[in-house]
Design a protein around this ligand. Structure first.
Ligand code: 8YV
Length: 327
C-alpha cells in the first residue's frame, strides 16, 4: 500500500475531527495545544505533506521558503487567511485552502451580540451586579441608547456582512453598507440596504459601524484616526473581523476622549496581548476572539479541512481553494 500523507496539525481540534484525521492520514497533532513558535513551524513544514495551521500561526515567507518540496497544501483551519503569505505559497506551488461559509452565521450572531451589548451597556451592567455595587432599580439607572431605528453601517458586505445585515434588519436598524462592489439588486431590496460608494461619507452618517471585511493590505488601518474622527460622537463601532483593520491606538484615544460613544471588539491588533488602557474603559466590550467559537462550527470547520485535504490528495480541485488574497 502507498504511504499515507503526513498531515501536521498545529493546534488541538475537536476530538471527532482528530480521530477522523488519524484514520485517514499519518497525522501529527498538537496535544497540549500551545501556539507554536517559529522554530516549531519551521520543523513542521520541512516534513509535512499537508500543514493545518490556524489564525495563531504566522505562515510567513521565511516559513514557506523553508518548506520541503513535499509540502503540497496548507489547509488552514479558519476563514481569514491574512496570517498566510499567499504570494510566497503561490511562488512555491503550495496550494492554500480555508473554511468559509460554516462560520458565517455564528460570527454574525456574535457581531449582533456586540451591536446589542455596547449601546445597551450589557457588560457594564453585568459587572455592576457581580461586583455587588448594584443599588437597585432607578429610573435613570444604566441608561444606554436604543438601537432600533438607528443606522448600521456595514464595512464589507460579504457573507458575514450580509448575515449581520439580515439580523440587524430584524432588530429595526436601517442597513447601510460600503463595499468595493455593490451587491446585487435583489439583496439590496431584501435588506432595504443603502450603498455608500464613499466610506468617509458613510462613516459620518452612521450610529453603529460594523467591521466585516477581511484584513488585507488594502484594509490595514482602514479605520485610522482621520476616519474615526468622522464618526458622530454618539456612534459605536464593533469589530469581529481582524484587529488590524482598526488603528487600535487611534481607537483608544477616541474612546478615552469620548469622541465616539463605545466599541465592541472581538479582535485586537496584537492579540492575545491587549493594550491595558483598553481594559480601563467602561465603554468598550472586549471579547477573546470568539466570534466563530461554537462546537458545531468548529466541527464543521474541521470537516471542511478534511474535505479540502482529501480532494487535493485525490488530485482534484478542493472546494475552498484560496485563489487570491486581494479579495
Ligand atoms: C477562527 C477566524 O477562530 O476563521 C477565522 O478567520 O478568525 C476564527 O473564526 C480562526 O480562524 C481559527 O483559525
Amino acid at each position: 500500500s502507498t504511504k499515507k500523507p503526513l498531515v501536521i496539525v498545529t493546534r488541538k481540534l475537536p476530538e471527532i475531527i482528530e480521530t477522523r484525521m488519524m484514520e485517514l492520514y499519518d497525522c501529527r497533532l498538537n496535544l497540549d495545544d500551545h501556539a507554536w513558535s517559529q522554530d516549531e513551524l519551521l520543523a513542521a513544514v520541512k516534513e509535512a505533506d499537508v500543514l493545518v495551521p490556524t489564525v495563531t500561526d504566522r505562515i510567513d515567507r521565511q516559513i514557506i521558503e523553508a518548506a520541503g518540496p513535499q509540502l503540497k497544501l496548507i489547509a488552514s483551519f479558519g476563514t481569514g487567511v491574512d496570517h498566510i503569505d499567499f504570494q510566497a505559497c503561490k511562488a512555491k506551488g503550495i496550494m492554500v485552502t480555508n473554511t468559509p461559509d460554516v462560520l458565517t452565521e455564528d460570527t454574525a450572531d456574535m457581531t449582533m451580540a456586540l451591536i446589542l451589548a455596547v449601546p445597551r451597556r450589557l457588560a457594564e451592567g453585568e459587572r455592576l451586579v457581580r461586583t455587588g455595587k448594584w443599588q437597585g432599580w432607578s429610573p435613570t439607572g444604566m441608561l444606554g441608547h436604543r438601537i432600533w431605528g438607528k443606522r448600521l453601517g456595514i464595512i464589507g458586505m460579504g457573507r458575514i456582512g450580509t448575515a449581520v445585515a439580515r439580523r440587524a434588519k430584524g432588530f429595526g436598524l436601517s442597513i447601510h453598507y460600503h463595499n468595493r462592489n455593490r451587491v446585487h439588486e435583489g439583496l439590496e431590496e431584501e435588506l432595504e440596504a443603502t450603498y455608500w460608494s464613499s466610506l468617509d461619507q458613510m462613516i459620518a452618517h452612521m450610529d453603529i459601524l460594523s467591521i466585516n471585511c477581511p484584513h488585507t493590505p488594502a484594509t490595514y488601518h482602514l479605520l485610522n484616526s482621520r476616519r474615526l474622527g468622522l464618526m458622530k460622537p454618539h456612534a459605536y463601532i464593533v469589530n469581529t473581523s481582524r484587529g488590524e483593520v482598526i488603528d487600535e491606538t487611534a481607537l483608544l484615544k477616541a474612546l478615552q476622549n469620548r469622541d465616539i460613544a463605545g466599541a465592541g471588539l472581538d479582535v485586537f491588533e496584537s492579540e492575545p496581548k491587549i493594550n491595558p488602557k483598553l481594559l480601563k474603559l467602561e465603554n468598550a466590550v472586549l471579547l477573546p476572539h470568539m466570534g466563530s467559537a461554537t462546537i458545531e462550527g468548529r466541527v464543521a470547520m474541521g470537516e471542511k479541512v478534511i474535505i479540502n485535504i482529501r480532494t487535493v490528495m485525490d488530485g482534484h480541485n478542493p472546494p475552498d481553494r484560496v485563489i487570491d488574497m486581494m479579495f
